[in-house]
Design a protein around this ligand. Sequence first.
Ligand SMILES: [Zn+2]
Length: 133
Amino acid sequence: MSEMLDWVKARVRCCSCEGSLQSSRYVNMVALLKEATWKYPVHGNILVYPKYPTNRAVAVLCDRCIDQRREPKYAVEWDKDRTQVEYHRVEGLKDLAPIPESSSSASAGRGLGEGASSGEGVGKAGVRMMGGK
Ligand SMILES: [Zn+2]
């Protein structure tokens, strides 16, 4: 388990039930079809970046909410130094068009804003990346 995931579990609450993630096996990152006006964490896609340059918001959900297919109520934001966590109500964010499956499926994505560069991005054990609707 990476240091970053430990931090997420300790500091970030589930974006649906607002419960703790401590007992959750996975840190479930859900890509939202919403514009992120902040830097971390965001979901993007390097392959389609020229066409879809807008950063997309991410929600973190506990295993229970994933199993029960609950919708995220919030998108989560944290700062570069991970000293602050903020939540943004999903309905307050700007809608974005989905990226067509054909252009996004082949990519590894940019993953988490900070994760991509430090090797803690999408696909490592302990993180489940869920697509948007
Ligand atoms: Zn939950």
